[in-house]
Ligand binder design. Structure first.
Ligand SMILES: Nc1ncnc2c1ncn2[C@@H]1O[C@H](COP(=O)(O)OP(=O)(O)OP(=O)(O)O)[C@@H](O)[C@H]1O
Length: 238
């Protein structure tokens, strides 16, 4: 992969939802940069927009668009700029978003989105196979560290919530992407398993300069990250 200056950069991004006829501005002309290799804990009250921010960076949501005042036609432009790997995403089509997610992103979201017809092994190896790779010693290490070695042949739908969460974490880390977005990745895990997950994330970040943006309500988990961001009224405070 080519070198880049900023992994993620948001400039003046606004996101508004309309609910019951009322506009609700969740992100308000937000500016932020996630440099390569930085690990960040994201906190904020329920409903402050943490998941929305992760969804925007992953391309599952789009920023608001505003009427283009410089144009006489009915053109709209994005409320701000979202730059990923030094590329402006404003005009990215689905194909470019898919490629970014496939090659450069690992996500652990609240819904694990596991591939239910497949077993644990195939779920973990899925991002690797999309990138033309196969199961490798790093996958063995992930399975071991996450307590999944005995479960590799099990269908994911037969697993408990905590086991499914660990599969989702292994899948996000399998292809060693430069960016991990995690939304309460240890929400279903006990304290011992949570600490093991945090150690694994830190190991990946330290060895491969992986950047991590992790939503957490746990101070203990937040302390594993290098920086702490707090989202309030559509803005980030550090
Ligand atoms: N698709 C949507 N349509 C309408 N409103 C939405 C949508 N997605 C999110 N919202 C609203 O945006 C606000 C921020 O939601 P979001 O899920 O990003 O918050 P959060 O900080 O992740 O909350 P939590 O900690 O409870 O998960 C909430 O008021 C939510 O109701």
């Amino acid at each position: 992969m080519t070198e880049f200056e900023h992994l993620v950069q948001l400039s003046g991004i606004t996101k508004t939802f309309i609910d019951g006829g009322q506009q609700h501005k969740v992100l308000d002309t937000l500016d932020l940069i996630i440099p390569k290799g930085q690990t960040i804990a994201l906190t904020g009250a329920s409903g402050s927009g943490k998941s929305t921010l992760l969804n925007l960076i992953a391309g599952f949501e789009r920023p608001d668009s505003v009427a283009d005042s410089s144009s006489t036609s009915n053109h709209h432009q994005s409320s701000g700029t979202l730059t990923l790997l030094d590329q402006d995403t404003t005009h990215w089509q689905d194909k470019q978003w898919s490629r970014f997610r496939q090659e450069s992103l690992g996500v652990v979201f609240q819904q694990f989105n596991l591939l239910t017809p497949l077993n644990v092994n195939d779920n973990i190896a899925f991002p690797l196979r999309l990138n033309g790779q196969d199961w490798n010693p790093w996958c063995d290490h992930l399975a071991d560290a996450l307590g999944l070695t005995e479960l590799l042949n099990r269908h994911v739908e037969s697993l408990s919530g905590g086991q499914q969460q660990r599969v989702a974490i292994a899948r996000a880390l399998a292809h060693k992407p430069p960016l991990i977005l995690a939304d309460e990745p240890t929400g279903n895990l006990d304290q011992t398993a949570s600490l093991e997950v945090m150690q694994l994330l830190c190991e990946l970040a330290a060895e491969h300069q992986t950047s991590i943006l992790m939503v957490t309500h746990s101070l203990e988990c937040a302390n594993f990250m290098q920086r702490r961001w707090h989202l309030n009224k559509g803005k980030i405070n550090e």
